[in-house]
Design a protein around this ligand. Structure first.
Ligand code: ADP
Ligand code: MG
Length: 247
């Protein structure tokens, strides 16, 4: 487990008797960019909800960095432990500038790391500058966020999580509703972000998944049914039948 940043073992989550996660076993390595795919209702978002503490599993363990038991922690503690999540629905402040959105988010970072090295002064500005560059919005930092295009808003939101410097970034369907060129930029962005941290992406767009992931996990009815390279997963008979075959 020494190489494992996130380890989930025998996770069960039940909603009114329905098993959304059904003995899920799943792990992510340090420095990995992993994609999770699977049909609607497979349990992908529930998986993220369990990691972030939004949902507590009925049973099973979720371990971060070998020793931190997330399944016993509150959402805020989990965020402070170094797990950041970009939600599907927008959470930016439309009336504030791009830069203000990032600064606000950076100031909410209460991790020990930021208290030791960050403070509230010069390095916060430097961190915001660096993040604006990474998300490609340097030229629009004084724009009102509400004026950004759909794709740009998504990048800003990714930036608002990245500026808090999580060790594991969770992203749910980042390219939904994006144009082809926005999707390509998002692939580059996530690959860049993954150079310094672990990233877990849930996504339907198979071209996008092919572009970014070395390893892909296929979820079906709350459990992992296949895991490997995109080519390996694409050639799996069960995956073709249950998921890919539907076009
Ligand atoms: P996915 O993200 O893979 O599409 P979800 O994790 O959102 O799937 O949902 C898995 C299953 O659990 C679905 O059948 C969904 O309807 C159900 N579910 C998810 N959240 C809840 C909830 N809060 N209450 C009841 N059922 C839920
Ligand atoms: Mg979902």
């Amino acid at each position: 487990m020494a190489n494992t940043i996130l380890f989930m073992e025998d996770i069960f989550v039940t909603f009114d008797g329905f098993k959304a996660l059904n003995k899920l076993n799943f792990s992510v390595d340090y420095g990995e960019l992993r994609c999770v795919i699977g049909p609607n209702g497979a349990g992908k978002t529930t998986l993220l909800d369990v990691v972030t503490g939004k949902i507590r599993p009925d049973s099973g363990s979720v371990i971060f960095k070998e020793t931190t038991h997330l399944d016993r922690m509150e959402q805020e503690e989990i965020a402070n432990a170094g797990i950041g999540r970009k939600f599907q629905t927008p959470t930016i402040y439309e009336n504030l500038t791009v830069r203000d959105n990032l600064e606000l988010s950076a100031k909410q970072d209460k991790t020990v790391k930021s208290m030791l090295f960050g403070g509230m002064s010069g390095s916060l500005g430097a961190k915001v500058n660096e993040t604006i560059e990474i998300i490609g919005l340097a030229g629009k930092q004084s724009w009102r966020a509400g004026l950004l295009a759909h794709g740009e808003k998504q990048w800003l939101e990714i930036g608002m999580v990245v500026v808090q410097d999580p060790d594991l970034l969770l992203v749910d369907e980042p390219v939904a509703g994006m144009t082809e060129s926005e999707t390509e930029n998002t692939a580059d962005l996530l690959k860049h972000i993954a150079e310094e941290r672990s990233v877990l992406v849930i996504e339907h767009d198979m071209n996008f998944v092919r572009e970014i992931a070395k390893r892909v996990t296929v979820l079906h009815e709350g459990a992992v049914i296949c895991e490997g390279s995109i080519d390996y997963v694409h050639a799996d008979a069960q995956v073709i039948e249950l998921y890919l075959g539907r076009g």
